[in-house]
Design a protein around this ligand. Structure first.
Ligand SMILES: NC(=O)c1ccc[n+]([C@@H]2O[C@H](COP(=O)([O-])OP(=O)(O)OC[C@H]3O[C@@H](n4cnc5c(N)ncnc54)[C@H](OP(=O)(O)O)[C@@H]3O)[C@@H](O)[C@H]2O)c1
Length: 316
């Protein structure tokens, strides 16, 4: 244990960081030890990580000094921000700056920054196909992460830029699962037309990140994407229907209709799905399925995930 290299993990009580923590802690021969960062070490999730063998340390990504303390003596860090807690691109940007600053301060050997494409490279603010949001973004929760990439490069932090993908857990927790229509038939509503979208179980992001940490020479200063499958809306609806044992239709609404649904973030997500559909080749191309399986042979398919999780998808 003492000779293991410490990986400090932000969001360790959440999806991405939790997956990484469990991947490391579940491998008795791991060269790494887990330092789980949380705002609340007394929480149930933090205690569960401690029981698995993690060192649990208090830190807040809004507070750079707490991150400097939490990164002390670490070899690496997994850095993720939490857009959906506050919906503020500026706050997300500041949190990333704090993490890069603390990583530089402590001279970390390998950082993984959980980021996304800057959609404005493909859809400039002048492009009317989708509305500009919050004054200077097309997809705020993508663009803000991409904008923050430079903090890591400017400071010379040895970083892997990890492009993540749509979690299947959104069908459970994010209200994106199938809903029953007036005719009583379930429908999966997504504005993807007939295009394919990279997606995965959030747990596999962490397992993939573990693979990145194990191959620093190959992945430092690189941008890599992760997905388990590239699936169309029709394929996802069919797979969910098969798992549930009842019909699930694919309801391919136009992005404008999705943006108009009115729930918090509907405009951001409408633009996001439109970007993924309009730039299917780029977005899928950035997420190599063979690499995902090479670094994480335990990668689960959508059918496998559904078999294990179908009972958690809320269906009325
Ligand atoms: N939903 C998707 O399909 C999807 C796909 C790809 C990427 N993403 C991105 O994933 C990011 C979120 O990651 P996630 O899904 O792993 O998060 P998550 O499961 O929502 O977990 C968030 C964790 O972050 C911690 N946290 C929140 N604010 C914090 C702060 N100020 N300081 C320290 N810790 C803080 C919380 O831990 P404590 O309460 O213990 O402090 C919480 O457990 C978002 O930015 C989103 O854009 C989402």
């Amino acid at each position: 244990m003492a000779d293991k290299k410490i990986i400090a993990i932000t969001g360790a009580t959440g999806a991405q960081g939790g997956g990484l923590a469990r991947a490391i802690l579940g491998d008795p021969n791991s060269p790494f030890a887990v330092r789980a960062l949380t705002r609340n070490p007394a929480s149930e999730k933090a205690r569960q990580l401690a029981a698995l063998g993690a060192e649990v340390v208090a830190a807040d990504v809004d507070d750079v000094e707490s991150l400097k303390g939490a990164f002390a003596g670490a070899y690496g860090a997994y850095c993720v921000t939490f857009f959906w807690e506050h919906f503020s691109p500026e706050r997300e940007n500041a949190q990333a700056k704090n993490m890069a600053t603390a990583a530089h301060h402590r001279g970390l050997g390998h950082v993984i920054w959980s980021t996304f494409e800057d959609t404005r490279k493909y859809v400039p603010l002048t492009d009317p196909r989708m509305p500009t949001l919050q004054g200077k973004y097309k997809v705020p929760h993508f663009d803000a992460k991409a904008e923050a990439d430079h903090y890591f490069t400017d400071l010379g932090v040895p970083t892997t830029f990890l492009l993540t993908s749509f979690y299947w857990e959104n069908f459970i927790q994010f209200g994106m699962g199938p809903k029953r229509g007036p005719d009583g038939v379930l429908a999966l509503t997504l504005p993807l037309g007939d295009k394919k979208m990279p997606s995965l179980s959030a747990e596999d992001i962490g397992r993939f990140a573990y693979g990145l940490f194990r191959h620093p020479a190959e992945f430092i200063d690189k941008t890599v994407g992760v997905a388990s499958e590239h699936l169309s809306g029709a394929q996802m609806a069919a797979a969910i229907g098969k798992a549930l044992g009842q019909e699930v239709r694919y309801n391919a609404v136009p992005p404008d209709v999705y943006r108009g649904f009115g729930f918090p973030g509907a405009d951001d997500l409408g633009n996001m799905f439109q970007f993924k559909a309009d730039f299917e080749d780029v977005y899928c191309g950035n997420r190599d399925l063979a690499l995902a399986r090479r670094l994480n042979p335990a990668l689960v398919t959508f059918d496998q995930w559904l078999a294990a999780n179908k009972g958690r998808i809320p269906i009325e």
